[in-house]
Design a protein around this ligand. Structure first.
Ligand code: MSP
Length: 512
């Protein structure tokens, strides 16, 4: 298999000091949609997610709970894994940074960079923000506080290993400038360019003030800086350093999906580490926006953190997945509210898609006894529907490539709307009354079902449960070929002579 046929997508690995919220669910669902779409397109996909378990923040939380950090990690990791199962996340691996394979990878990566002459022992004295696990200079502070999270910082003075990040300033800038797709969206890319242009300082990559981390090879008084440790997860999971075949197959990653707050770590630290280690940098880093809740920042102190489990209980898995990716352009900030999700469910899902599906199956049941007949010749109105369907297939592919998930969905809904109008304009209820129009009825009903078949495949990466139900309604394997994008490249692949099956409404309306 050539590189063109492979696809490696990652989410950030989540800290275990906090339980999962909608922000975590957001990136993971987006990555899942990409993974599922690429699998449909025939790619060999590797989709990675996991947990970031080391560092001062996790150690501090564990101490506060009077438990060992590993016990905290073991408890919280389950919350993430259970949620991903409920959300139908199709990851190929789940990495925990406390695993032995990861320790080995981090130590090897550290040694490789050290052997390049890019790591030296020095002394660190500066400010540190524990919640962000980040070093700050006096100049960066805002009234003594962290400029990102506005929480108090600590003065830290200790011996530390440093990475010669300054050496890679020019190389990184050249790479960013010659690869416009490397950092997305554009506004974020510009921020990184200005940051790098201001000058890169060498980076402290070890700590001695706590012990919950991976020991620095050769000097066990130090543990590796948690961000150095965490970023290497993207290599560990694909076999670094020993499994050369897997590594060559999937590295560099096609896309790291992250939130905007952790862009600098991914777009500056990570590529410079990789350059030093002699490895290629990822193809694309995409930073999405942040969710607020009812217009407010989501925070524990405000008590407004949204638990994805509750949203799933209330609206269902697919409605939640749909809402996350439909509501806000990926890359922009968005607002979560029950009002907004109810509106989406009732209008897009229950009204547009759900109604289309049930009215179509009912007609086939009523006029055809549930059987699928062969279409007999297409007229202009049929050709119009077919043209829109094939156009939508193309658009979906383009928008997926741009990670414009909301545009993918609005394009798919164009086909939903067009099919609903096709039914209104062809009026099968009238045609069915005219014996001489039997052939016409065959064609119209076939086209409606064929459009549903296309929709079922196109929505499957976003709403896997609904797609399964639609497939069942369309008669399952007997009538619908394999799940593959090839099946939507041409019109008329729904098999004839089979039967549809009446199923419960896809999305009942939510009464408020
Ligand atoms: N452990 C690091 C990532 C290491 S990756 C090598 C980390 N973890 S985190 O759990 O704090 O955050 C994980 C992700 O959640 C980040 O991408 C962050 O942007 C995202 N979100 C946290 N709150 C969010 C919102 N309110 N909205 C959207 N995403 C948010 O950082």
């Amino acid at each position: 298999m050539s590189r063109e046929e492979k696809f490696y997508v990652t989410t950030p690995i989540y800290y275990v000091n906090d339980i999962p919220h909608i922000g975590h669910a957001y990136t993971t669902v987006a990555a899942d949609v990409l993974a599922r779409y690429k699998r449909l397109a025939g790619f060999k996909v590797f989709f990675l997610t996991g947990t970031d378990e080391h560092g001062k923040k996790v150690e501090k939380t564990a101490l506060g709970n009077k438990e060992r950090p590993i016990d905290l990690a073991n408890r919280v990791v389950k919350r993430f894994q259970d949620l991903w199962e409920r959300l139908m996340i199709s990851h190929d691996d789940f990495i925990r940074t406390s695993e032995e394979r990861h320790k080995k990878a981090v130590q090897k990566f550290f040694l490789t960079i050290q052997e390049r002459g890019d790591i030296y022992l020095g002394e660190y004295e500066d400010w540190y923000c524990i919640p962000c696990e980040t070093f700050l200079t006096e100049k960066q502070l805002l009234d003594g506080k962290c400029p990102d999270c506005l929480r108090p910082t600590e003065r830290i003075k200790e011996k530390s290993y440093f990475f010669r990040m300054s050496r890679y300033q020019k190389k990184l800038l050249d790479h960013i400038e010659s690869h416009p797709e490397f950092i997305q969206p554009q506004t974020r890319r510009n921020e990184i360019v200005s940051f790098v242009k201001e000058g890169l300082r060498d980076l402290s990559v070890s700590r001695t003030s706590f012990s919950w981390g991976i020991p620095v090879p050769g000097n066990e008084e130090h543990v590796v800086y948690v961000w150095f440790d965490a970023l290497v997860n993207y290599l560990t999971a694909i076999g670094y350093p020993d499994d050369k075949d897997k590594l060559n197959n999937f590295w560099p990653a096609h896309v790291h999906l992250i939130g905007k707050d952790i862009l600098r770590f991914h777009a500056v630290y990570w590529p410079t580490f990789l350059m030093s280690a002699g490895l290629p940098v990822p193809e694309k880093i995409f930073a999405h926006g942040w969710w607020t809740v009812d217009g407010e920042k989501m925070s524990k102190s405000l008590g407004n953190v949204v638990d994805p489990n509750q949203v799933i209980d209330q609206y269902g898995v697919d409605a939640f997945r749909y809402f996350l990716l439909r509501e806000v352009p990926f890359g922009m900030d968005g607002d979560f509210s029950h009002k907004a999700i109810v509106h989406r469910v009732n209008s897009d899902l229950a009204n547009d898609l759900g109604n289309l599906f049930s009215r179509s199956l009912s007609m086939v049941n009523k006029y055809w006894g549930g059987k699928i007949f062969k279409p007999e010749g297409f007229s202009k109105i049929d050709e119009e529907l077919i043209t829109v369907a094939l156009q939508v297939v193309e658009e979906v592919d383009t928008f997926i490539g741009e990670l414009a998930f909301n545009q993918v969905l609005s394009s798919i809904w164009k086909l939903v709307g067009t099919t609903n109008r096709y039914i209104d304009n062809t009026s099968p209820w009238a045609v069915s009354k005219d014996e001489s129009q039997k052939a016409r009825l065959n064609t119209v009903l076939y086209n409606i079902l064929e459009s549903l078949r296309m929709l079922c495949i196109l929505i499957s990466p976003f709403m896997p449960l609904t797609a399964e139900k639609m497939r069942e309604g369309l008669g399952g394997d007997e009538n619908v070929n394999s799940w593959s994008l090839k099946e939507v490249k041409s019109w008329g692949r729904l098999k004839v002579n089979g039967r549809i099956k009446m199923i419960a409404p896809l999305f009942p309306r939510i009464e408020c």
